[in-house]
Write a protein that binds this ligand. Sequence first.
Ligand code: X2X
Length: 333
Amino acid sequence: RSVLRTLSALPLIGIGSAMPSIARAAEFSYKYGNNLPLSHPLNVRAKEAADEIRDKSKGRVQITIFPNNQLGGDTDMLAQVRSGGIQFFTPSSLVIATLVPSAAINAVGFAFSDYTQVWNAMDGKVGALVRADIRKSRLYAFEKMWDNGFRQVTSSKAPVKTAADMADLKIRVPVSPLSISMFKALGAAPTSLQFSEVYSALQTKIVDAQENPLPIIQVAKLYEVQKYCSLTNHIWDGFWFIANGAAWDRLPADLKTVVADAINGAGMRQREDIKKLNDSVQADLQSKGLVINAAASDSFRAKLRQAGFYKEWKGRFGEAAWDVLEQSVGKLA
Ligand code: X2X
């Protein structure tokens, strides 16, 4: 009734021009699913991109965001974006690697030492190689990768200071062959779980530990169910913003430009958000009771080398891809 009253209060000409745009569905109506809480910079900037796309396309392209695993876990969303059930998804490089193996290349243990190296590689040759492989899997990856961060180990049991402290640690890792291989090489007992299951798995002690960048530990409140955090920086991880290939191909060229510019632009701002967060997040997590310690990364690298981790993954990625990575980061093993 109040809607009717409002409408009848409008001048007729107003109704005439307002109604069609309210009633008409967008020409391209898309769903975007992700695995992160709304407060993560990924969702904040994705919302900005969706708004920009709606405005610049004059309502022709409408993207609805489903955050926080509302549409299922990572494996489910990856299946949906392939089938076209959803049109956009932001899998971590670790997760999309279950479909596109080369995508895990940025996650080789201790490959990157800083963000200059990361973005040079991912906006350059390493990223180009992965994007081409993603395209072959009938998905489209936007040019600019979004930041997850350098992954750190947390535990409810004891601080992890050297690789020796990883022995038999029951640790959750993403659904990722590389993560399983790496933590086995470190002597731990890794289990793959989708991110949607991590909080409760830690709470119920199905696992004692997990590993994620500090901003994730903050927004997913993992400090509530973890006591110690070790700054291992063992993997740099990012999110590929991907589209269903057929849906992308159907989009007219002018709208492709609108969508790509908005998403890549938002991605660049999201990188800045994470960079800023990295300056404050440690103090915030400490104030919430998380005990943070440094880690001897040399001991981790030595253990990985000794277990044959680098040799194995050089073989799995192949000489060509490995060379491209080493051009960015130097000799690995
Ligand atoms: O599942 C995780 O740990 C997360 C959130 O970092 C990824 O998406 C890989």
